[in-house]
Design a protein around this ligand. Structure first.
Ligand code: SF4
Length: 366
C-alpha cells in the first residue's frame, strides 16, 4: 500500500477537519488559582467514587500530577492497560485517547471506564477502519495479524497480537524466529523500523501518527550542529530520516529512562512534548530540547503536540465523575475477541520479562 488511507484534515459533514475539531475543544489555559481549585475538586471526586486516574505521558502536566498524587499512574499505553486491569478500583478514569479507554474496558469489563472526552481519538485509529482492515486480513490469511495498540476494539478483535512500542520489536522478532509472516497495522514508520531491525516478512498498513510524522530529519541535522553533544531520543513512530539519527529509539517509557540514566547534559526529544513534564520532574538538571517539526520560516518550529491528548483537562475529569458521561462501552463479541490479542501480549511480556527491555538502545520500557 502506498497511500495514506485517511486524511485527518479532511472536512466532515459540519465542514470541520478532525484536527480543527480537536483543537477547538482544547480548554483555555487556567489561572494558578483555578488549577489548584480544580485539582482539589477532581481529587475529592476520585476518592468519593473509589476511582483511579490512569494517564498517558502526553496529557497536560496537571493531570499527570493529579494521577500521581491520588494513587494513579502516568505511563505508556502498555503499563496503562496493565495497571487498570490489576488495580482494585471499580472505576477507571482514563486520561488519554479513546483506544486507551477501550483497552481498559476490554481488559476489565466489570469496571466502569470513564474518559474526559470521548472525541479524543488518534490518527492511527482513524486511519484504520475495521471493515477495510478486515478485508486486508482476509486477503492474506497466511499471516499473523499484529496490530499496534493505537487501533479500535473492532480492529483488535481481528488481530492475533496487539503490541505497544515497548514490546513490538520483541514480539515480532519472536514470531519471525518461529517462521511466521506478519501483517502489520497501522503505523508505517514503526512497522518499517521493526522490519529493519528484525528482518521479518511484514506486509504494512499505511497509517501514521500526525504528531511524529511531522519531525524533520534535515532540521534535526541543523539543530544537532548547535548541540553536538546532545543525546537524540526518538519515538519509532517518527520518519526514517529522524530515527536513523537517534542515539535511543524507544517507547515513551524508554525515552524517559534514557534521560534519567543518560550522562549527557542535553537531550533532543522527538516525541509529543507532553512527555517533557515527566522528564523534567525525574531529571531536573538536564536540558531538554524539542526536536524540530518545521523550518526556520515557520511560526512554530517545534510544535509536536497531539490535539486529541490536549483535549484532556481537569474539568473533564470532574465532569465525567459528576455526571457519569464519557463512559466507554465495548460490546460483545468484539470485547472478548479483542481481549485475546491484548492478553497474549501481556502474557508474552510477563514471560519474557520485558519490563527492563528496550529497543535500539537496550534502555528499558514498560
Ligand atoms: S500522539 Fe499520535 S499516536 Fe499518540 S494519540 Fe496522538 S495521533 Fe495518536
Amino acid at each position: 500500500m502506498d497511500q495514506v488511507l485517511f486524511d485527518y484534515t479532511r472536512q466532515d459533514a459540519a465542514g470541520e477537519s478532525c484536527t480543527a475539531h480537536a483543537w477547538a475543544k482544547v480548554p483555555a489555559p487556567l489561572t494558578p488559582d483555578q488549577r489548584v481549585a480544580l485539582k482539589a475538586r477532581a481529587a475529592a471526586l476520585l476518592k468519593a467514587h473509589n476511582a483511579v486516574l490512569v494517564a498517558h505521558y502526553y496529557v497536560d502536566g496537571d493531570l499527570q500530577d493529579l494521577a500521581w498524587e491520588t494513587g494513579g499512574i502516568v505511563s505508556d499505553s502498555l503499563e496503562m492497560a496493565r495497571f487498570g486491569r490489576d488495580h482494585a478500583a471499580q472505576t477507571l478514569v482514563v486520561a488519554g485517547v479513546r483506544f486507551m479507554g477501550e483497552s481498559a474496558k476490554i481488559l476489565s469489563p466489570e469496571k466502569r471506564v470513564l474518559m474526559p472526552d470521548l472525541d479524543a481519538t488518534c490518527s492511527l485509529d482513524l486511519g484504520c477502519p475495521a471493515d477495510e482492515f478486515a478485508a486486508f486480513c482476509d486477503a492474506h490469511p497466511d499471516r499473523q495479524v499484529v496490530v499496534y495498540a493505537n487501533t479500535s476494539a473492532a480492529v483488535k478483535a481481528r488481530a492475533d497480537w496487539m503490541v505497544t512500542s515497548s514490546c513490538a520489536l520483541d514480539i515480532v522478532a519472536d514470531l519471525h524466529a518461529k517462521g511466521e509472516k506478519i501483517l502489520w497495522a497501522p503505523d508505517r514508520h514503526l512497522g518499517r523500523y521493526i522490519q529493519e531491525q528484525t528482518g521479518a516478512d511484514m506486509l504494512m498498513w499505511n497509517g501514521a501518527c500526525i504528531v511524529h510524522d511531522e519531525f524533520k530529519g534535515l532540521e534535526l541535522d541543523l539543530l544537532r550542529e548547535q548541540h553536538p553533544d546532545a543525546m537524540i531520543l526518538v519515538h519509532p513512530e517518527s520518519p526514517k530520516s529522524v530515527v536513523e539519527k537517534a542515539h535511543v529509539v524507544g517507547s515513551t517509557s524508554a525515552l524517559i529512562k534514557a534521560v534519567v540514566e543518560g550522562t549527557a547534559k542535553e537531550y533532543i526529544v522527538a516525541t509529543d512534548n507532553g512527555i517533557l513534564h515527566r522528564m523534567r520532574q525525574l531529571a531536573p538538571g538536564k536540558t531538554l530540547i524539542e526536536a524540530p517539526t518545521a523550518g526556520n520560516a515557520a511560526s512554530c518550529k517545534s510544535c509536536a503536540h497531539c490535539p486529541w491528548m490536549a483535549m484532556n483537562a481537569l474539568q473533564g475529569i470532574i465532569d465525567c465523575l459528576e455526571t457519569g458521561q464519557g463512559e466507554i462501552e465495548v460490546a460483545e463479541p468484539v470485547r472478548g475477541q479483542a481481549a485475546g490479542c491484548i492478553e497474549r501480549m501481556l502474557d508474552f511480556v510477563a514471560a519474557h520479562k520485558l519490563k527492563a527491555a528496550g529497543m535500539k538502545s537496550g534502555i528499558g520500557a514498560a
